[in-house]
Design a protein around this ligand. Sequence first.
Ligand SMILES: NC(=O)c1ccc[n+]([C@@H]2O[C@H](COP(=O)([O-])OP(=O)(O)OC[C@H]3O[C@@H](n4cnc5c(N)ncnc54)[C@H](O)[C@@H]3O)[C@@H](O)[C@H]2O)c1
Length: 390
Amino acid sequence: MRPYRLGIVGVGDISHAYIDNLKLYPDIVTLAGCATRHYENAKKKAEEYGIEKAYETAEEMIKDPAIDVILNITIPEFHAFYNRMALENGKHVYCEKPLATTFAEGKELAALAKEKNLLLGCAPDTFLGSRVQKMRELVESGIIGEVTAASAFITCRGHETFKEDPDFYYREGAGPIMDIGPYYYRALSALIGPVKKCAAMTKRTWPERELLIGPRKGQKIPVEVDTHATVLLEYVCGTIATLILSFDTVETMLPRLELYGTKGTLSMPDPDPYDGPNLFGGEILLRTMENTRWFSLPRPEEETSRQAIVIENDRPFTSTTHAYNSRGIGLIDLLMALEENRPVRAGGEMALHELELMEKIYEASRTGITQTLETTFEIPPVLKPGELEP
Ligand SMILES: NC(=O)c1ccc[n+]([C@@H]2O[C@H](COP(=O)([O-])OP(=O)(O)OC[C@H]3O[C@@H](n4cnc5c(N)ncnc54)[C@H](O)[C@@H]3O)[C@@H](O)[C@H]2O)c1
């Protein structure tokens, strides 16, 4: 019963964003516990953020009957391990992406959640932010007609340029295909639906990466995953997409994500590769056959002071919320789904589909053969204005 008592496993860099946002929902969730590899870190985090209890180990917390739901924000190689432990101990679980490092593990987790009648959710929840939700509204309004094709580009020089300990980004479960790729697959999935087929070529430009900042500057770390991928996708609805996912490129002039329709184009034009669908808000550009220039759609909070774009029937687009870093609304949605007995928006089915896709990107590259996906999901309903607001 509300508020649900949350136990957080992993208190690293991203935990601040989650905790700050979850604190805005005291009627829905109580920050009841945290645990990580080192007790001292969990204790410090609990004191700093007012979390009720720091546990000696993650296992102790997950097994505690005083905890209802687990947020797993450890590094990718421990996602499946703690997701399984949570489900086996009767806890609902929401995990950072990816759901697991292999499709086989992901299928086991989905089956376990079903068997135990527990909810399984998985990031990224950025697709619930104002930008992708607004794009959904625009697509559904028919303003760009039928979406025939799409593109997405995340091309950057890698996490050693801004992280002191980027090691896990070059290990199993990460790299551009499994770390930042999911924001792009998820946004496209929320806009277009499930993928039917994929073809890909992938490469590992450097076998080691040199750390560029921090106390370990100059140290080399091994690269265990491919770091540049060119991917072609065919969606079930017939749309085809071109993706480049890279940690091997210094700079780019490509947009982040575009949808090409029979009557117009929608674009996420951000110049910075880290400002794509991994953000909740941001600009959308719209170009139609009728308008010979791009319309810039502002962030919703600015909408009242700027011209709102009007569609054919003169209905202005409604504003959606969550334009700022709202990490954790996927978990809030999961808890509301529990109460309302409805499907979870950032649910296990979408995450499992992405996991299958990521594995099949590697398989397509290795074999040179186009891969067909077996999993599917229902596109979650658009967030109504104000929905999931604190
Ligand atoms: N940092 C970001 O900007 C960011 C953004 C979005 C998503 N993410 C995702 O969030 C997850 C965590 O990222 P991060 O940047 O916070 O990583 P991090 O390395 O800063 O923190 C990871 C945390 O997990 C804990 N941990 C690792 N192994 C553990 C184990 N075996 N048992 C218990 N705890 C363990 C660590 O002690 C640490 O507290 C990753 O999946 C990452 O892809 C990170």
